[in-house]
Ligand binder design. Structure first.
Ligand code: ADP
Length: 291
């Protein structure tokens, strides 16, 4: 499995350049697309899903240009959009059975088997008799995955699936994705750094319509080794530090102080201590350098 995106560009009619020459190669596994709101993540995902056209560029899935051959893509695609319509008052089991029927699985036993399997994969077996309309946000998201799994997709795209989920639901959802990601390409977008940290074999950070970095989370953290420094300062000293150092992030303490994290090839001075770099640092450094 291999998805190769080259020179992808998209300007909306209002003049916003949502994709600015995007180049990225994605292989089987969990691919995290990390970036702030407005970075262009949804636009990129909708374009890969062939739901909207780009101005220029190519997207090749296993050697087939999917922008020209949309059916090839759609036969192997599972797409979970950011907002997922209204559900009828039907049980998950009945609804999935209905969708399976629509997909042309006419054999009843076969349908039962696949519905059972997707319920199992998404941890919804126990809740299968409940109305989907009454599901929690996290269950609805898992139901969305169950539904797309009916197609047996090879390329799965999920757009900001963890937004609005509470921590327990988020963790349950990520576990489901992790299982699915072993043999397929799963691309999922998020603005939550921890989602990527916990889940992804590969990742890209995106902002302003461009890919700022593309590497494994481990490589990305490794690259910052020895280059992050931290210092506790008084709150009113922040401006001064921002003007003298590359302050990447800061955190308030309960007293009048705060901790600042800065990027520097060498120790700026004795008042700074080395900081163990983490993925959050990677994210902030990429965003700052990309601007
Ligand atoms: P993200 O998913 O990272 O939040 P989007 O792809 O939704 O980013 O948006 C990228 C940029 O394109 C934003 O500036 C957004 O306002 C703009 N945009 C998105 N969709 C449209 C649209 N249909 N028409 C005009 N501008 C859009």
């Amino acid at each position: 499995m291999e998805l190769i995106i080259e020179n992808l560009t998209k300007t909306y009619s209002n003049g916003v350049k949502a994709l600015n020459n995007v180049n990225v190669k994605i292989e089987a596994g969990m691919f995290g697309l990390l970036g702030p709101n407005g970075a262009g993540k949804s636009t990129l995902m909708r374009t890969i899903a062939t739901l909207q056209d780009s101005d220029s560029g190519t997207i090749m899935l296993n050697g087939v240009n999917i922008l020209e051959d949309k059916m090839t893509l759609r036969n192997s695609l599972g797409y979970l959009p950011q907002t997922f319509g209204v559900y009828p008052k039907m049980s998950a089991e009945d609804l999935l059975n209905h969708f399976a029927e629509l997909k042309g699985i006419s054999n009843k036993a076969e349908r039962k088997a696949i519905v059972e399997s997707v319920l199992e994969q998404t941890n919804l077996t126990e809740a299968r008799k409940k109305n989907v309309a009454g599901y929690s946000g996290g269950m609805k998201q898992r139901f969305g995955i169950a539904q797309l799994l009916l197609n047996n997709p090879k390329l799965i795209i999920v757009d900001e699936p963890t937004a609005g989920l509470d921590p327990a639901e988020r963790s349950r959802f990520l576990n489901v994705l992790r299982e699915i990601g072993t043999n397929n390409i799963v691309i999922f977008s998020t603005h939550i750094v921890d989602d990527v940290k916990e889940l992804c074999t590969d990742m890209a950070i995106m902002n302003g319509g461009t890919i700022l970095t593309h590497q494994t989370p481990k490589q990305a953290v490794e690259q910052l080794k020895g280059k992050m420094w931290t210092k506790r300062i008084e709150r009113d000293a922040l401006k001064d530090h921002q003007s003298r150092f590359e302050v990447m992030s800061s955190r308030f303490n309960d007293d009048n102080s705060m901790n600042i994290n800065i990027y520097s090839e060498t120790q700026p001075n004795d008042s700074f201590e080395p900081k163990v770099a983490d993925l959050e640092d990677v994210y902030f450094v990429a965003l700052k350098n990309g601007n």
